[in-house]
Design a protein around this ligand. Structure first.
Ligand SMILES: O=P(O)(O)OC[C@H]1O[C@](O)(CO)[C@@H](O)[C@@H]1O
Length: 548
């Protein structure tokens, strides 16, 4: 195991010195000095994805030093360890093998000397058969009607990934309506209940542990309402399914053995959309498209595990992220997809990144003295341009951005597609290069007496530029490319975790809130006469609730 902290490496010291020079250079000057800047600072993946990282505050030397840092932190060995099934999730004593779920090679992957590919292939076969039966109308409900609606009941990784993929791939959807119940807030259930007919709906209870409070409460409520309506216990067999590692709990809940789609403890919840947790995806877009999604991710895995670091897209994006996070001290990064279907992408990435690297204890159990995972946020273009881009352009915070756009030339609304692309290009250009306010003077309304105020007025319109961004272009938004894009961000997160020297695959930080919610829930039970033994704030809030 690597035992060095990033800020104790030689590269870190070199990067700190290097920062003093680079931070004084405007991005536009990098372009002036190097006429081949785009060529030198962009990479293409499989002729389908272009990653342009030229509009950053970086030189060739920056990349060289960052790669040196990654080597000092043992990145190459860490990648090998993950792909070979080493137990790199040490605090849970598990390997981390979402990459096995999309392994399209014939190479075995061993966990405790067992080849996990056999179980994975069987699970995929079961998903294929079931998806086909439902889509073709051969799986019927308890009154023999064809299935029209699927409800996925799950939260966190058992919800965000499938929901994002299904939304992103709207154009590949079949006739099935897909719904998600995730929140314990009853509004979520009520809203879905209004839309479905129990006779033609199946419920996928998606939970790695099959113990998550929200999911279990939601599933039990639905089951009770369902049984009240059907009055036949056997009807559950036609309508209730479990996607889980915990077969016993699923059976105890009343799911029949055949209706359990298993996966394994070595799949992290937030990396589980590639497993049977992706059943809603396979139902929504068909098994063949689900496999294309896996294939896209697999090809990115091959790139990530075999390409040298200098040409390795997830590595380069991770290192640029570290450069801003740890040397420019930026606190956040914005993800800006220029595609309406991708409106769930940011929410999904927040879990991938923030649950993985939101840690303040290093692998040796000591408090870190460097910044770890950034705050990930963002929104879709062009809507976000009219909401928060003002701050990106003229605010006081430096916010590195990833702009993502799938090319769309195929539909009849070409004017819209062109305008969307023009906005995408314009924003990254405006952020990087800025513009002097003189350019705007001719626009100034002639009625305004600007002569006295001219100087003052123009400062408001000034664009400093020098705001960094990456541009990611996909040749199309299809299952394959989406798979590659998701895997790219998964690996970016992994690389950053290695450099931060934190364990990226546990999430102990969510436990305390869960435990306290249980204790407080008991005290809210009116039978207990509202136990008020908490702090004065919690007690005050409970009293207010009680008196309303
Ligand atoms: O799939 P499960 O076990 O219901 O867990 C749901 C989510 O809860 C978390 O453990 C966090 O609370 C996530 O990591 C996970 O994706």
């Amino acid at each position: 195991m690597n035992t060095i902290n990033p800020n104790e490496t030689n590269s870190w010291k070199e990067l700190s010195d290097h920062f003093k020079i680079i931070s004084k250079i405007h991005i536009k000057n990098f372009f002036v000095k190097d006429t081949s800047r785009f060529k030198n600072f962009s990479l293409v993946f499989n002729n389908k994805m272009l990653v342009d990282f030229s509009k950053n505050n970086i030189s060739k030397n920056t990349i060289k030093l960052l790669i040196q840092l990654s080597k000092e932190m043992g990145l190459e060995k860490s990648i090998k360890d993950m792909f070979s099934g080493e137990k790199i999730n040490k605090t849970e004593n598990q390997p981390v093998l979402h990459i096995a779920l999309r392994n399209m090679s014939n190479n075995p992957i061993l966990v405790d000397r067992q080849n996990v590919m056999i179980d994975i292939k069987n699970s995929l076969k079961k998903m294929k058969v079931f998806s086909n039966l439902v889509i073709k109308g051969k799986w019927t409900g308890y009154t023999n009607k064809k299935i029209t609606d699927i409800v996925n009941i799950g939260i966190g990784g058992s919800h965000l990934g499938p929901n994002m993929v299904i939304e992103s791939l709207q154009q590949y959807r079949n006739h099935l309506n897909i719904h998600f119940i995730s929140n314990i807030d009853s509004c979520n259930i009520l809203n879905i209940l209004k839309k479905i007919n129990f006779e033609t709906t199946i419920f996928l209870i998606s939970s790695k542990t099959f113990t998550t409070k929200e999911t279990m409460t939601n599933a039990m409520t639905i089951k009770n309402i369902f049984l009240k309506k059907t009055k036949i216990k056997k009807s559950l067999e036609k309508h209730f399914f479990a996607l889980t590692t915990n077969v016993q709990c699923a059976e105890n809940f009343g799911i029949s053995k055949n209706n359990i789609f298993r996966f394994w403890n070595w799949v992290g919840g937030r990396y589980s959309l590639w497993s049977s947790v992706g059943l809603s995806i396979s139902l929504a877009i068909g098994y063949k498209n689900f496999i294309s999604l896996l294939k896209g991710a697999y090809d990115m895995d091959v790139h990530f595990s075999s390409e040298r670091l200098e040409k390795n897209i997830p590595v380069i994006l991770a290192l640029i992220g570290i450069w801003y996070n740890n040397f420019f001290n930026t606190e956040t990064e914005a993800i800006l997809p220029y595609n309406n279907y991708m409106h769930k992408f940011v929410e999904y990435l927040q879990q991938t990144n923030m649950e993985s690297n939101g840690k303040n204890i290093n692998k040796q159990g000591k408090k870190v003295s460097w910044q770890t995972g950034p705050i990930v946020w963002g929104g879709i273009g062009t809507n976000s341009q009219h909401a928060f881009y003002q701050l990106l352009h003229q605010g006081t915070k430096l916010i590195p951005c990833d702009f993502i756009i799938p090319i769309n030339k195929t539909n009849e609304f070409q004017k819209h597609n062109i305008q969307l692309l023009a906005n995408f290009l314009a924003q990254t250009k405006a952020l990087a290069f800025g513009e002097s306010s003189d350019v705007f003077e001719e626009d100034v309304n002639s009625n305004i007496q600007i002569s006295n105020n001219k100087k003052l007025f123009s400062t408001f319109k000034n664009f400093d530029g020098n705001k960094p961004s990456n541009s990611i272009m996909l040749d199309i938004l299809d299952p394959y490319n989406l798979g590659s894009l998701i895997a790219l961000y998964e690996h970016k997160t992994f690389v950053q975790g290695v450099i931060f020297n934190v364990y990226s695959f546990d999430q102990w930080g969510v436990e305390l809130g869960k435990k306290m919610a249980n204790d407080i829930e008991k005290s809210l039970d009116s039978k207990n006469q509202f136990d008020l033994s908490f702090d004065s704030s919690t007690n005050g809030l409970i009293k207010f609730y009680n008196n309303v």
